[in-house]
Design a protein. Structure first.
Length: 365
């Protein structure tokens, strides 16, 4: 019995002494409290989010809705941070253990603060209406992503400082490493700068139909830091380095205000002057009376006898359609071609085709 009494006395003594000044009773209570907060985390976060949603439902701006969605993650993390802090108050630690718990609490609070700031960046951008008037939406997305990366880096640096890790020597080391990387990554920086220029100059945006002669034609799906993703019309996906758009002429078909028809119509040389006049005048009359074409000072139209070419007398037809849609423009051209064919046939004239006359001289022996 004496042995058992000594053992239980030792057990009681160790239980009271615990670890680093905190008894096992305190540790169990702290763990139990923290576990309770973990269980209540979902309930608390849902309650807070629900209250915020009820509040923001009274307004019609996008900022409130975006704020609710963005802060959902930090709100769920808040009970964990507070629960750990509250549980640690039950521990009477000493020495290094107390410093460790203090640093851990500071680290969790720092992460929570920087997470809140990180999530507030996008909702805050919605409040500044004039930004999108100065910057394109794609450039604004770039800036927002860069700010988020910067917040993450600052948060990481602040957390390291709490644990006594100096970031100055790390930054210096990274600077030397960055010089070495820069020498081998010139193409990366060239593409990055080209991408920024594309966005600043607003050459195109996501959803635009662009053409780069000899390179690509399609719909822009994403403008990245290094490259741009374009969906070709055969539905294949192409990734083009950004420097291509800085060094090549980019035609933005989406920004076309009015599509133009510019043709040369060749009639046979045997066409009489009366027939030429009739064809020219009837084509001009059709353009001016049709609702398919836009007649204005900014979209001038012209139907004129152009030149005597090698095998035809050419009539120049130049006009602009009302529609900006490519497929509607094709329909207008289809209809116009049939009408011109009728006009030429009604005038008794014929279209010319490339031909050559060969004269053979006969020599007497």
């Amino acid at each position: 019995m004496d042995v058992f009494n000594k053992f239980f006395a030792l057990l009681t003594d160790v239980w009271k002494e615990g670890v680093s000044g905190a008894s096992f009773t305190d540790i169990v209570i702290a763990l139990f409290v923290f576990f309770i907060f973990l269980l209540l985390r979902s309930f608390v976060s849902r309650f807070i989010v629900k209250k915020i949603e009820i509040y923001v439902s009274k307004s019609t701006n996008n900022f409130d809705n975006s704020l609710t969605t963005s802060l959902e993650g930090p709100i769920k993390f808040f009970p964990v941070v507070f629960g750990f802090f509250f549980a640690s108050t039950f521990l009477n630690l000493d020495g290094r253990s107390a410093i460790f718990i203090e640093n851990l609490n500071r680290s969790l609070v720092t992460i929570l603060i920087f997470w809140f700031i990180h999530q507030l960046i996008y909702p805050a951008s919605l409040l500044i209406k004039s930004i999108e008037e100065i910057l394109s939406r794609d450039l604004l997305n770039w800036i927002l992503r860069a700010l988020k990366v910067l917040i993450v880096i600052l948060g990481f640096a602040a957390t390291l400082e709490i644990w006594g890790i100096k970031i100055g020597p790390i930054i210096a080391g990274l600077g030397l490493f960055g010089v070495a990387v820069a020498l081998g990554a010139q193409d990366l920086f060239k593409n990055l700068i080209s991408g920024i220029l594309v966005l600043v100059e607003k050459r195109f945006k996501v959803g635009d139909w662009i053409v780069v002669e000899g390179i690509i034609e399609g719909i822009v799906e994403n403008i990245g830091f290094r490259s741009t993703v374009i969906r070709k019309f055969d539905k294949s996906l192409a990734t083009i380095p950004n420097f291509q758009f800085a060094e090549k002429a980019v035609i933005n078909q989406t920004e076309t205000t009015n599509r133009r028809i510019d043709w040369l119509i060749g009639l046979e040389y045997k066409t009489t002057s009366e027939q030429l006049e009739k064809v020219r005048n009837n084509i001009l009359k059709y353009i001016e009376n049709s609702s398919d074409f836009l007649i204005s000072t900014k979209t001038p139209h012209a139907v004129n006898l152009n030149q005597f070419s090698a095998s035809s007398i050419d009539i120049m037809v130049r006009c602009y359609t009302q529609t900006n849609s490519y497929y509607e423009w094709l329909k207008v051209k289809d209809k116009f071609i049939i009408e011109i064919k009728k006009i030429v046939e009604d005038a008794g004239a014929s279209f010319a085709f490339p031909s050559q006359s060969i004269y053979v001289e006969k020599f007497d022996k």
